[in-house]
Design a protein around this ligand. Structure first.
Ligand SMILES: [Zn+2]
Length: 76
């Protein structure tokens, strides 16, 4: 898996929706690429923050999903 594939799979991974076949290759790339690992840590914490916001304001899951996508730079 290269950097761009890793970025594409970041949110599926965090959502635990990554295909099992890709999971290993994703994790091994994180282990050897400090850039992707940094990005992963950033989004991991960001996601944590958004979860807390979500609990606090009780945003509907659709809004939350949209927020995640915006932050991840994907299409709305
Ligand atoms: Zn990388």
């Amino acid at each position: 898996m290269d950097c761009s594939q890793t970025h594409r799979n970041l949110y599926p991974y965090l959502d635990r929706q990554i295909e099992p076949a890709k999971k290993k290759s994703f994790e091994s790339h994180l282990g050897e690429c400090p850039d992707c690992y940094g990005c992963y840590r950033f989004h991991f914490h960001l996601r944590d923050c958004l979860k807390k916001i979500y609990r606090h304001f009780e945003l509907p899951p659709s809004v939350l999903r949209c927020l995640f996508k915006r932050v991840a730079g994907g299409p709305p």
